[in-house]
Design a protein around this ligand. Structure first.
Ligand code: G4P
Length: 526
């Protein structure tokens, strides 16, 4: 037996991503979680927009030394016997296919929602990807210290827009200036926002009727009665808490809180760790699954981060460990090429800079320094394990650019670069059907910028890119295709597997097409 503690170690892993729309509070809540895990010494070190004090966190130091921004991509800490891995899913201008692919490497997700805004566009997109995986999704409704929308309305919106059952683990007692605390349905207690107003204790247990002593000062507040009524309504008319449904991603436990004032975050973390799934078995290409307890190491590459600093050409391939134990210097096989590789130059994502060597087992993420061997979706395995994980899905791009080489004499390096970057999964490539012009597709603007930069730095090819804006890409069965279907409202193109697709100008153009050719089925990727 290579690692007698493997099962116990794997079972302690909780690997998840936080999905949200920008500004909902993902960074703030991450920081509070890291703080509880003892991974940062002081909250306010991961992001310090106001103070500009970026450099104080342990990661940032490592990041500076390496000149590569990988360190905040995976954050690891221990909490109450669990080893927690948080995978970052960048939003804003950093949004890219990597953001989606990161969701293929987690065992659960936390959705952070701004209580004043409800479900926003990016949350919805990321949610759909998680939902298709059928993994647990937990919801944290944030910014309770501000006036937000009615909690019942928020739950309704969640269920309607996302088509998922919800179960409130706790319920706000007021909000904004009137926030008194949380009525904690799951833990059967009140959690006070300002304990000093109620004798200093943070928690007050509920009696068997779900109430607190009738002489308690909180009972004088009309919000208390209102919440009792609401909770009664919720428990009578709503769904029951069902951990099996949570496991299958069919029910989302909902928590309320305020990340900024650190209220409700620890309650959330503890309950989350209890119900979030330990590493799952992973699907193989041959339809079988691989147990995380298999003692031979295996994993797949879900993200490749190129160094944007021209002085350091190295890249890091992010590998989700799917089985066994990673050991520094171990030999593995890269399934696609059958090439033997030594995993010596590997970075792990440390909770604490002091502890340099930690074991990585199924559920953990390792960063392998790469000189160009790996592609997204690659499987690596130890010994004779000889497995191949399912391909990662492709995501329907939404932004498009026409691209060509600036210097027509340099077509060779242009083509080499473009094909390698497409292979690697950095960007998607299409050609117009008749004229064979190159079109790049991406889910986020950042992908174009990285593409342009890497073409110049790695392939010495200066590219000219002409924005085409956002389009709706839909694939069509080649047998249904008639070139006359192309119009001024869509562009007919083919993907790199020669499959035809239309790039529609907008929803209207797509609907017009669907009305005109009702028998033609239009398909999107994931
Ligand atoms: P993100 O990573 O999801 O983009 O959100 P982030 O945590 O950066 O939070 C976005 C803004 O919302 C920040 O304010 C942050 O302080 C605020 N915020 C986060 N959680 C809460 C909360 O529970 N209550 C309230 N009232 N605000 C919250 P900012 O002014 O844009 O940034 P900063 O200058 O404070 O960093």
């Amino acid at each position: 037996m290579k690692n007698p503690n493997l099962k116990q170690q794997v079972d302690s892993r909780r690997t998840f991503a936080i999905i949200s729309h920008p500004d909902a509070g993902k960074t703030t809540i991450t920081e509070k979680l890291l703080y509880f895990g003892g991974a940062i010494r002081q909250a306010g070190t991961v992001k310090g927009k106001k103070t500009g004090n970026f450099a104080t966190s342990d990661w940032m130091e490592i990041e500076k030394q390496r000149g590569i921004s990988v360190t905040s991509s995976v954050m690891q800490f221990d909490y109450e016997g669990k080893r927690v891995n948080i995978l970052d899913t960048p939003g804003h201008e950093d949004f890219s296919e990597d953001t989606y692919r990161t969701l293929m490497a987690v065992d659960s997700a936390v959705m952070v929602i701004d209580s004043a805004k409800g479900i926003e566009a990016q949350t919805k997109k990321l949610f759909q990807v998680v939902k298709r995986r059928g993994i647990p999704i937990f919801t944290f409704i944030n910014k309770l210290d501000r006036d937000g929308r009615d909690p019942l309305e928020l739950l309704e919106e969640l269920e309607e827009l996302l088509d998922i059952e919800s179960y409130p683990m706790n319920w706000p007692l007021g909000m904004g200036k009137g926030l008194e605390g949380l009525y904690d349905i799951y833990n059967k207690r009140i959690e006070f926002y300002r304990p000093e107003n109620y004798g200093g204790e943070a928690y007050l247990p509920l009696d068997e009727n779900g109430e607190i002593p009738s002489d308690h000062p909180l009972t004088k507040n009309s919000i208390y009665r209102q919440v009792l009524d609401e909770v009664e309504l919720l428990t009578e008319a709503g769904d029951e808490f069902d951990p099996a449904k949570v496991d299958r991603g069919e029910q989302t436990p909902v928590f309320f809180g305020s990340a900024l004032t650190n209220f409700g975050v620890q309650t959330f973390l503890e309950t989350f760790l209890q119900f979030a799934h330990a590493p799952y078995a992973h699907e193989l290409e041959n339809g079988e699954t691989l147990s995380p307890y298999e003692e031979n190491f295996s994993g797949f590459v879900f993200k490749i981060q190129a160094n944007m600093n021209p002085a350091h050409r190295d890249r890091i391939a992010f590998v989700r460990v799917c089985s066994g134990t990673f050991e520094r210097g171990m030999d593995v096989t890269l399934e696609r090429t059958k090439k033997k590789m030594k995993l010596s130059n590997v970075t792990q994502f440390m909770a604490d800079a002091r502890e340099n060597i930690q074991e990585a087992v199924a559920g953990d993420i390792i960063g392998v320094y790469d000189t160009g061997n790996y592609q997204i979706g690659d499987t690596i395995f130890e010994g004779k394990l000889n497995v191949s994980f399912e391909d990662l899905p492709s995501f329907t791009p939404e932004l498009f650019m026409k691209v060509s080489a600036k210097n027509v004499m340099k077509q060779k390096s242009f083509h080499k670069g473009i094909y390698q970057l497409v292979q690697e999964g950095a960007i998607q490539l299409y050609k117009t059907y008749l004229t064979e012009e190159y079109i790049l597709g991406a889910v986020g603007q950042l992908q174009f910028e990285v593409f342009q930069h890497r073409m110049l730095n790695e392939y010495n090819s200066e590219v000219v890119m002409t924005p085409m804006g956002s389009k709706i890409a839909r694939w069509i069965d080649p047998k249904d295709l008639d070139e006359k279907m192309s119009s001024s409202r869509n562009i007919l193109a083919r993907d790199r597997f020669d499959q035809p697709l239309f790039l529609f100008e907008n929803q209207f153009a797509m609907r017009w097409f669907a009305d005109k050719y009702p028998e033609v089925e239009l398909k999107s990727l994931m």
